[in-house]
Unconditional design. Sequence first.
Length: 160
Amino acid sequence: MAETMETTQYLTFNLADEVFAVDVGRVREILEITSITKVPQTPDFMRGVINLRGSVVPVIDMRLKFGMTESERTVNTCIIVVEVLMDGETIVLGSLADSVQEVIEMEPQQIESAPHIGSHLNTDFIKGMGKHDGRFVMILDIDQIFSAHELEAVIGKQSA
């Protein structure tokens, strides 16, 4: 059987009143909110960088990236450290989330394809819509959220 019918684990998190999910395999760790150093002349959704055990990791405000209001820091605000593939290279990014919920399992038949909302809106970063506990969960394709141009603006081109 060529078709994959594997159950996938997703980490669910909140942005405003919406529930999003990302493949657990792409999540490195979840950090409590820490001091973020602002980097001049970066896009608005780029909140700055953090020091993660000696590595500089860019932090993105997912709410701003998705056109929502800026994240307010609460006791539940956290940074989800994820791996994003760009041009065959793995880039480590921190994503601000209002709160992390849980790890859920979803089978392919529980996930509907992403809604098509007209040609002027890019929904390529939504892998699908799942349902969990009676709510919709937007499953993100972490590699599609940022364009190569945006990632370069955030991390700088680190090629020789």
